[in-house]
Ligand binder design. Sequence first.
Ligand code: GDG
Length: 537
Amino acid sequence: MEDFAQRVRGAVSRAALRQEQLASGPRRTTQEDLSAWARANLRHRKLVVVSNREPYSHVRGDDGVRWIRNAGGLIVALDSVAQAIGGVWIAHGSGKADRSVSDAAGRIPCPPDRPTYTLKRLWLSRQDQELYCSGLSNGALWPLCHIAYVRPRFHIDEWEGYRDVNRRFAEAVLEEIGEGPAFVFIQDYHLALVARFLKEKRPDLEVALFWHIPWPNAEVFRIFPWKREMLEGMLANDLVGFHIRDHAHNFLDAVATELEAKVDRERIAIERGGKRTWVRHFAISVNATGIAAMAESSPARDAEHRLRERLGLKGLKVGLGVDRMDYTKGIPERLDALERMFEKYPEWVGRICFIQIGVPSRIELKEYREVLTQTRTRTDRINHRFPRRPPIEGAGDMQPSVILIDENLDFRELVPYYRMADLCAVTSLHDGMNLVAKEYVAATPDLDGALVLSPFTGAARELERAWLASPYDRESMADVYHAALSEPLEARRDRMAALRETVLRHNIFDWAIEVFDTVQRLTLQTPQVEATEVPRD
Ligand code: GDG
């Protein structure tokens, strides 16, 4: 009875803390604030978002055509922004049923259930995708920019394919905006050359590129065979944005090393051929209040309850990993550390179940198939060595300590997992930001959770009260898991409250307003730079 009363008192005090956090902190920036900002500032300019991946795909199932929301940090973040502002989003139409539902120009209103903007799908042939996407973007630029020790592959035909597809993306933008003014917001490493093709035709456009992945140091970037052409393409933007200061500075160093240009470290800008490009860092974030509300809703609570029942998790601690299956995310490394924890601290065997959600990604590339195999092998090994409950003759099957879910879940299905997790492991070998870390924190309303975070993520710069653990150090990561799971409840909640405050104070809408406002402010104040130096090349 006393135990019950204590639990009730605990729940009441947690609810009070939550309320206080939501009510007493500064006012949170909302989607409506971003819409209002756009109405006041973009006025007659159209917003055009350009990315490789589309936010929604249409696929064929047994019951006909249905749509899915694609996984991936950039998509999730920019979708909230496009929903707030409207406009056009141009992306590769990759869904098997995309053509059947789009109009003759590839357009379709999105999100499909309550449209607020237009998605214009660009059609790419299988060969285009192989050269531009699997080849140059994911086979060369992705490993080049992530220090994950996978050797990038460089092929001239892929670079040519990349250039060609970038030109076609630019043509699609120009077709969409006609003669009118526009702000074009280009996303990521697939589209480094789009600004150049745009500015050749329309120098008056405001164009910014956001680079969602790390930018390597100049010594690493030097090996890229087409580095000059790529940097020149990027300098056609009015602004180039990165998540963190180090990546922005690495970019300045690359330009200083490779091009005849004035690198102004005071203004953090580059001047070349009569044009100035600003370089800035803006830490991307998530729709924290939206996720928090979703996690607190009764459907999410019920879904968590059902999940616990279905997976037999009652009374157990739950560990969680959520990732695209990518070799940069450190998934095998996190499982190795779990195995080590079971060896070193056997008291955890049978008391914790680790769920790894791994959305299959880029499976046309061998390194991605390998990471899936490595993850499966480790899962089987841990379950064999340390089952949660060993098989008992006549009394039931083995219960696994690791559950691998290798499918794409709807975001609403993901939230109960976040809610349920006592520990979330984000152990990237290298990552631009990592939104999973921020989503987990936002989706832990009872504050009873622990974030184990790799120091090699952008998120680690902001989420300083997370448990830091290097994916390269299995022993320490095992110790960190143990310490994080053993920390007394009050201290856990204190950490989580601080992490939540950080994410609530700087959400995706703050990020978008900061980026857009900076582009406006800086382009307004940019004088016509004198073309004193004529580049030699
Ligand atoms: C790149 C950069 C940067 C995962 N599984 C499912 C699912 N997800 C969603 C998560 C999250 C997103 O995917 C993953 O975002 P990350 O930021 O962690 O990683 P990347 O995809 O590599 O993103 C990264 C980001 O761009 C943004 O700038 O932070 O550094 O690499 O939102 O929730 N979503 C759904 N089902 C799943 O099964 N719906």
